[in-house]
Design a protein around this ligand. Sequence first.
Ligand code: FES
Length: 155
Amino acid sequence: MHYQSGVRYSAAGDIYVRKTSFRKIILRTMIILAIGAFFLYPLVRYLTAPPNMMRYLETVQISLATLPEGTSQLISYHGQPVLVINYHGNIKALSAICTYNSALLRWDNDREELVCSSHDARYDINGNVKAGLAPRPLEQLEVMVVEGSVIIGKS
Ligand code: FES
């Protein structure tokens, strides 16, 4: 009988079981884990995406007729307050949350600025800080006007 290394023989000598080396088991396990990670990672990232990434997947629509020039509307955009402002015919949508301490903002049309009543931070129509303690500009959302409808967010 011819004996081979890496092969285990039965007592009868005619039945054998091929031994798998520890190194091969580790290598196969690593390959399976690498392939699994390659396909699972994007899926896990998508499912656990923070709200900021998810918010651009949907839009909110309001009627332009409800937003005359110089007025604003406070809407909820994916759970976050957003001010939609008709600024001399240009529609703007800005986060209505003050970047200083998260108080709600309002649009002051006479002064043409967003105002925080909490500590008096002020922002211009593009969300830039004009005055106060606010450390960052406001987030500005994309707006489209289509056939009398204001669409906020990307489609
Ligand atoms: S929370 Fe806006 S200035 Fe204080």
